[in-house]
Design a protein around this ligand. Sequence first.
Ligand code: NAD
Ligand code: ZN
Length: 379
Amino acid sequence: MSTTGQIIRCKAAVAWEAGKPLVMEEVEVAPPQKHEVRIKILFTSLCHTDVYFWEAKGQTPLFPRIFGHEAGGIVESVGEGVTDLQPGDHVLPIFTGECGDCPHCHSEESNMCDLLRINTERGGMIHDGESRFSINGKPIHHFLGTSTFSEYTVVHSGQVAKINPDAPLDKVCIVSCGLSTGLGATLNVAKPKKGQSVAIFGLGAVGLAAAEGARIAGASRIIGVDLNSQRFDQAKEFGVTEFVNPKDHDKPVQQVIAEMTNGGVDRSVECTGSVQAMIQAFECVHDGWGVAVLVGVPSKDDAFKTHPMNFLNERTLKGTFFGNYKPKTDIPGVVEKYMNKELELEKFITHTVPFSEINKAFDYMLKGESIRCIITMGA
Ligand code: NAD
Ligand code: ZN
C-alpha cells in the first residue's frame, strides 16, 4: 500500500527537555510539501552538535525537538517541484544545503548556500515555517532541517545527496557530517602535497577525519596535538605518526613543532574550537609556504591575535565550513572514495545500538568513549 500523500505514523526519539533522555514516541509525519522529500531513515549516527543543542547550555533551547543529522535512508515520496530525486533513491540528508541558484551555489569556491546554509535556530520547514512532525496535533520542532532520529523525516530536497545505491548505508551515513568536515578541511583546503608534513590539532572525530585526509594525500608525517593523551592510542590507527601534548612541554607548542620539523609543518588543521589552539595551529606552519586551516567553532567572545609579521612571512590562514564540500554535488563523490577503498570508514565506527537504545549513544559520546555510534532504525 502506497504511503504517498498520506500521514505516516512511526517511531521517533523526542527530546522534550534540555539534557533529559530522549523518549520513544509515536509521531505523525506529514507528507512532503513543495521542494521537500520524505525519507525512510535506516541508519543514523550521533554527532557532537546534536549533544550541544540537546544540552542547550550555550545555545537557544528549542523543545520538544527531534535531533539527528548524520544519517542514511531511502526516499519514500517527493513533494511538488522535486525533479532530481524519486522514491527508492538512496540518500544522505545533510545539515547544510545547496539550492543551486544563489551566488554561492554558482561559485565554484563556496559551499555556503544563501537559502539552505546551516540554521540551528529554525524549528520548521523553510517553505511555510511549519513542522512536519506532530504528536496528537502538537508540533515537534525540526533540527537542522534533518531530524534523523525518526523512522521517517521530511527534508528540503536541496539538503539531500543522492548516492550510489550499492553503498552500505550503515557505514556511509557518517559521511553526512563530521567525517566530511575533517576530510575536506585537509583535502580541499589545506591541500598537502605528497610527502609533506601535517599537524592536526584536536583528535576528536573531526580531527581524525582530517588525519584520514592527510593519509589519503600521502603526507609523510602526521603530527597529532591534543591535551588529552588518551586520544593518542586511537589516533595511531588513523595514520597519526607523532604526538604532542602541549601539557608535557614548557615551551609554546608552536616552538615544539618548529623544532620537530626544521622550522614548521607544511600544513596544519585545527579541529578543537579553542582559540589558543587556532593561534598555535597558524604559528606552527613553515614560513614561505605553510597553510593553516581552522575548522573548530570558537566561543562567542573569542578573538584571534597574532603578529602581522607571521602573514608577511608568507604563512596562509584559512577557515572552512563542512570541508568546503557542496552537499549535493560533492558528497556522492566522497561515498565513491569509500566504495573504491580510498577512504576508510570502519575505523570511525566504534559502537552500534538499536534505535530503542539511542540514549546509550549519548552516554558513549559524553564519556568520550565513542568516535561514532551507529543507531539502527527499526531495531
Ligand atoms: P571533540 O570534542 O570530539 O574533539 C576535540 C578535541 O580537541 C578533544 O580531543 C580535545 O581534547 C582537543 N582539544 C581541546 N582544546 C585543545 C587545545 N587547546 N589544544 C589541543 N587539543 C585540544 O570535537 P569534534 O566533534 O571532533 O569537533 C571538533 C571541532 O570542530 C568542534 O569545535 C566542532 O564544533 C567543530 N566543527 C566544525 C565544523 C565546520 O564546518 N567548521 C563542522 C563540525 C564540527
Ligand atoms: Zn544556494
